[in-house]
Design a protein around this ligand. Sequence first.
Ligand code: C2E
Ligand code: CA
Ligand code: CA
Length: 432
Amino acid sequence: MQANPIEVAVPAGATVFREGERGDCAYVVEQGEVEIAIERRGAVIPLASRGPGEVFGEMAIIDDKPRTATATALAPTTLLVISREQLTNRLRQTDPVLRMCLSVVLQRFRDTIAAMRTARGVAPPTRGHIGPTGDGGEHAAALGAIRLERELSEALERGDLELRYQPIVALARGATDGFEALVRWRHPERGLVSPAAFIPTAEASGLIVPLGRWVLREACAALGRLDRQSPGLAGSAQTPFISVNVSVHDLYDAGFVDHLTGVLRATGVRPGRIKLEITESLLMQQPETAAETLARCRALGVGIALDDFGTGYSGLGYLHRFPIDTLKIDRSFIEPLAAAGAVSPIVRSIIGLARELGLTLVAEGIEQPRQADTLRRLGCGMGQGFLYARPLVEADAAQFLTRGLPTGAGSEPRRPARTRRQPFRQGLCRDA
Ligand code: C2E
Ligand code: CA
Ligand code: CA
């Protein structure tokens, strides 16, 4: 049941709400006119009038404080009601920095109105104000996001980002077919920071575009260096590919395909050795633009992998709609395979689907030999995970490639000798 009606009719001269009351809703004037006024020592001081199409009464909902003024209908008036939930749900989805700015603007406005009530027209300064819908923690998080964004921007300029390369292994042959490039931030105080701690900020701020461009350039350059360190592989079918994670902003950036073409040309990397990893949720945001951009990438010869497969909600239609050639089965489906005798019907179905559609399959997050065995038996082509290697620095990746997995590694793959371990702290990476 709705607490508030959708529409209210207010006769001329009636009060909609009074100064000091708790607000339950905001209004849009559909017809008529409303006066907003405050009282000072018995006298009514009109502040504004609101006519058709105009909103009023929103402040008390946004900052959850008493009404600052009284609203009175000047004529027979019809009002559309905006409920507290409608506003607060939207606010919750807004960027925390914007929410913080909104709270500051509202507080300044409240201060101005408070000043109008005093004899001298000056209000006492407000103390301890924190935010419209949140608390001190939210305010601190917003300030933290601003600081992080500035630091990340400097890190990009200074070259403090680094890539790690996690081997992607052919399960049957036990050989390294390629690597996934994973970004890290070498922070001067916090050490090596994991992408989970800064990619969301990079996306919210737009820094993801220069960051994504750097990752692509660096990954292609690294591929050239790996080739030079393993001349035996040059030109053979075993030259590794590199998978690069692509964010929503990369894909919808008008210059993305040109940048990709330029990087391939500058580094001399064959397009077939690059795969772009995208997630289902990313595809569904602007499907037409995504389909067009991916078709252009595919036309260049670059591969397209669907990351975290099985975790989205978009149905299977997009497997035809987008030029996808690889599915990466999400780690959450691989984990249960570690239990004795466990063969997930979902994994079996995904493998069958990939076979039917002629798609390459990569299982993510393989940690146990039993998981690898089951996947191999079911016909999954490739896998990656801590069982084979954590994300490696470039030198270790080169070694991993040339030494390959030991014979029989199909069932007992090893960890690379030089993978360094670090104690785990939140937001920091375990790989070095
Ligand atoms: P993702 O694309 O799903 O990458 C795989 C993540 O799983 C990596 O975490 C990897 O270290 C981790 N992983 C691999 N094998 C195992 C395993 O056996 N067990 C467990 N528990 N984890 C495993 P990482 O490097 O922290 O990256 C996290 C996410 O950050 C990535 O998830 C990706 O979404 C994003 N990311 C990383 N690099 C980039 C980048 O260059 N650009 C963009 N846009 N996103 C990136
Ligand atoms: Ca990925
Ligand atoms: Ca993934």
